[in-house]
Design a protein around this ligand. Structure first.
Ligand SMILES: Nc1ncnc2c1ncn2[C@@H]1O[C@H](COP(=O)(O)OP(=O)(O)O)[C@@H](O)[C@H]1O
Ligand SMILES: CC(C)(COP(=O)(O)O)[C@@H](O)C(=O)NCCC(=O)O
Ligand SMILES: [K+]
Length: 249
């Protein structure tokens, strides 16, 4: 099969593994797999095993090796790979590689400071100082982690599995938990945004992640929402790695 200028990008998060198929710079297909769909993921990756690509994984080393084994021609995105950013994190080698991918995408698009908010298993806040300097950010629990921990560490709280916002003043247990989690995350994010804007008035804000669809952060911040920001950052990292790799050979 003629696969031309096609590449495969894998973003293995803790809840879902996302796969992007690019033709040049165009993201043509996105597939997402939960942890009980790894056989389906394997069947897809086998079809594209000859493609060049890049794998980003914040999962266990075993899981990451399994992915790399399925895509032998792909780079493993890690802290040894050259990137088009300066990393000012104090522990650069422990920085989540998905956060770095988001930062690369944001720095590529924004012509000023940038803040990425990625709502997945965790909420990741990442600040990129113009031009191309990754500074750091914050990590807090996402929706499922909040609901699961309230259920697991109490005797009486049920496990909430929906994504309903609930009224601000919750009038029963379920609504009180929904308000605490969904309204709580909303207020947390607005609080972070307001403080970042106060500290850095020139700021582009990016929103991504599987649970970003449940939050309306309002027009006043001019938010740039892109569900596939991480995949796009990984493509830029791949192109950068290919360029530096071939020029050093
Ligand atoms: N089709 C889907 N299947 C499962 N979860 C989904 C789906 N679409 C959106 N989600 C939401 O995405 C969240 C995970 O977001 P994601 O950004 O993929 O996280 P991570 O990168 O940490 O794995 C889940 O908590 C879930 O609510
Ligand atoms: C914070 C994370 C667990 C987020 O994972 P995710 O929500 O994307 O599944 C991941 O980026 C990670 O393992 N980070 C390492 C610690 C750090 O970034 O400093
Ligand atoms: K992620």
């Amino acid at each position: 099969m003629e696969q031309g200028n096609k590449s495969i990008v894998v973003d293995a998060g803790n809840t879902r593994i996302k796969v992007g198929l690019f033709q040049g710079h165009d993201l043509q297909e996105v597939h997402a797999f939960s942890n009980d769909e790894l056989d389906k993921l394997k069947s897809l990756l086998i079809k594209f095993k000859n493609l060049s690509g890049i794998i980003s994984s914040v999962r266990s080393d075993k899981n990451t090796k399994w992915l790399k084994g399925l895509l032998p021609n792909a780079f493993l995105f890690n802290h040894q790979l050259s990137i088009p950013l300066t990393n000012n994190y104090e522990s650069p080698t422990t920085l989540g590689i998905d956060r770095l991918a988001n930062a690369i995408a944001a720095a590529n698009i924004s012509d000023k400071n940038a803040l990425v908010i990625d709502i997945g298993t965790c909420i990741k806040y990442d600040f990129i100082r113009y031009p191309q300097i990754y500074e750091g950010g914050a990590i807090s629990p996402g929706i499922e982690l909040r609901y699961k921990s309230m259920h697991q560490f109490t005797g009486k709280l049920p496990l909430v599995e929906d994504r309903i916002q609930g009224p601000f003043v919750g009038k029963n247990t379920l609504d009180a938990m929904r308000s605490g989690v969904i309204n709580g995350m909303h207020l947390e994010m607005v609080g972070f945004i307001e403080e970042y804007r106060r500290l850095y008035p020139e700021l582009t804000i990016f929103l991504t992640g599987g649970d970003s669809q449940y939050f309306e952060l309002g027009n006043k911040y001019g938010i740039f929402a892109d569900e596939n920001l991480t995949l796009k950052g990984l493509l830029i990292a791949l192109i950068h790695a290919q360029t530096t790799f071939s020029s050093s050979n």
